[in-house]
Design a protein around this ligand. Sequence first.
Ligand SMILES: Nc1ncnc2c1ncn2[C@@H]1O[C@H](COP(=O)(O)OP(=O)(O)OP(=O)(O)O)[C@@H](O)[C@H]1O
Length: 819
Amino acid sequence: MDEPTLISSQNSRKNVIKTIVGVIFTTLGLFLLISFVSYCLNYQNDQSQLSNFWDREIVAENVMGKIGAYLGELFIYHGIGITAFFLPIFFILFGLKILFGFKKIKPFKLFYNCLFFLIWLPILLGFATKIGILHGVMGYEVNDFMNMLIGKIGMGILLFVSLILYIVINWKITPDKISASLEKRSQGLKDEESEEIESAEPISKNNKEEEDLLAKFNEEVSQQKGNKPDIFDDLVLDTPKKTIQSIELTPDTSHDYSNSSDELGTQKKTTSIKTQETLVETLPAKDEHDVALTIEKAPEEDTVEKIAADLVQKHGEYDHRLDLPKYKFPTLDLLRKYETGDNVTVNQQELERNKNKIVETLANYGIGISQIKATIGPTVTLYEIVPEAGVRISKIKNLEDDIALSLSALGIRIIAPIPGKGTIGIEVPNSNPTMVSMRSVIASNKFQQAKMDLPIAFGKTIENETFVADLSKMPHLLMAGATGQGKSVGLNAIIASLLYKKHPTELKFVMVDPKKVELTLYSKIERHYLAKLPDSEDAIITDNTKVIHTLNSLCIEMDDRYELLKNAFVRNIKEYNEKFKQRKLNPEHGHRYLPYIVLIVDEFADLIMTAGKEVETPIARLAQLARAVGIHLIIATQRPSVNVITGIIKANFPARVAFRVTSKIDSRTILDSSGADQLIGKGDMLFTTGNELVRLQCAFVDTPEVDDITEYIGSQAGYPDAFLLPEYVGEDGGSALDIDLSERDSLFEDAARVIVLAQQGSASLLQRKLKLGYNRAGRLIDQLEAAGVVGPFEGSKARQVLIQDEMSLEQLLNNLNQN
Ligand SMILES: Nc1ncnc2c1ncn2[C@@H]1O[C@H](COP(=O)(O)OP(=O)(O)OP(=O)(O)O)[C@@H](O)[C@H]1O
């Protein structure tokens, strides 16, 4: 017989023997079980029958006959009482294990675990009852004997203590553990732990070690419970949570998946990738019974935020100032100190004289004064009066001219009452006004530390405090004043303030100067601060048609900026630039750092007279919409009449500056109230942002100072050219038909398809779809017009698309290519 045959025949013999032994034990178990049950029911009758064991006439009532009754008598009555039921159960389990090889059934382990109870339980039953079959002879005798030795109470104590000791030894339960587990329960950890059990399940399937650990754990629990582990599988769910925690949840990457299916292969890939990127944290074991818990956190997904954070970590935040890294801000010494000094001189005699005159004049009209206080400003002194009780304010207001006449002073302004103070103010010009130098306001703490986007140091208030306002909040400014009252100086002060605070990368000016002489000085800073149309030579615009183009171009810039803001999911230029600095916006998608643009128009009246609606419409549009995208307008005019400052313009310029005007009507046009007509000129001004009026002395900056500043900036390295505004092709622009179609843009065909598919002839569509700048999109539109794809320019409307479908377009493109 060869070897394999020998082995197989040996195996089959073993199996036969196993089956026989298995059947014998199971049968024996069943026999005993039935006998015991029947004995318990009939033992009183059967006990007497057993003495005549071999007498056939005498029949036992036990269903298993006299043997059954005998076995019951032996194990139950003379043995260990009903505890003897353990015996048939043990035999049945043992038999079944041999027959079917149930791995989970471990009868000997069960026997070992139950040994204590096989002794203890009959004694307990003997202690507690006097029913023979419950405790058996053993239970009775032990109790009898022990009673003699230690008494009934002693016996009770002994039973209780022995049970406690068994529990402590077998389950290792100590008072510490009990209190710890009670604490845990009170902390409501129960739910978490059951989750842990759930999460442990699927992982354990893939992990041999975990399976073993789980098996060990189950075994341990079963041992502790003193039950058969296999029968009480469910016990896993009741396991103390701490033990579950001890299972390491790390996926085992050392598994060999090479023979597994594709699916498993992918699983392997993902598992290994995860392991590389996951963050592993280990909670150390609390004591020697605990096992460390390893926690894996899933890796963060790549988000825009994360990419941006990585970029910022690598390169730092985007610094727009690096465009001109060596640029130096103009220094203070470029501004002149004036001989008069910046300190307001107080002429006591003048103060006394004016006070007496005010009191006298008012007394002449029957107005009593209870208190008077003077605040000396650079140009005017404010006398604050508290009238006696019962005096009507309107009475004082009506006497304005009479008081002015009595004081024989020009430019008296009566504020009745001073908002928020409850007093009446009379502003009287000083006989020796003090000039407010630009230097003093620029050097002031208020300006230097101003946390504003576009800070403007206008000058000084009546309290001699530097007045700084934020242009970005205004958001547009209207300036008016009769000729020679300080408008141009005011504009220079505004520009100088911005030049002292903003870097060339942060701010651009668009300057419109129909008078041709006021702003020419600034041409020196063209490459740093000025913006212009691509085709124009001078950055400072003096030609009215160019103004129209520039304004429309600014509208296009505004639309472009809105598109960028929309794509960046931000609401204003500040948020946009912040996002750009944090590298969250991709320059490849057209994003760029957006400088503020300030449009300055020196003589607006002249523009409106010559260009009318053509100027008014884009100005109104910009005024209405451009604030969020960082385009701000400053418009100055000599003639603040209603046909210059129209309703639509006025409505969109809440911030106004009024220098002295010639009539009350002009004052009302510019300020919606009188007051500007009573100013004394030379930079005396009123400023409002829609609420109260503030009287200011405008800072004085002379032409040589402006010259020095622009020279200082202009001599530094700047951009190669001025900031280029988007191209604007007006109705009178060059005809698209002049274009040479043999030099078509490389994106010409793509652009044509985009236009025909969308049936919309607009440059902004091309900009969006093909991610182009405005200029290139505009050129493409011109070429498309020349090729007959779109119609001519139609103002604000999109051009008409002349090709209706793709087929016709392909034909047209083929023809073009053949020519
Ligand atoms: N803030 C000021 N402080 C002192 N003097 C001033 C101030 N502003 C203007 N002046 C004086 O007023 C004169 C005229 O000022 P400015 O040139 O600004 O007037 P304007 O309103 O622009 O006149 P126009 O509209 O005719 O150009 C200046 O030459 C200067 O002497």
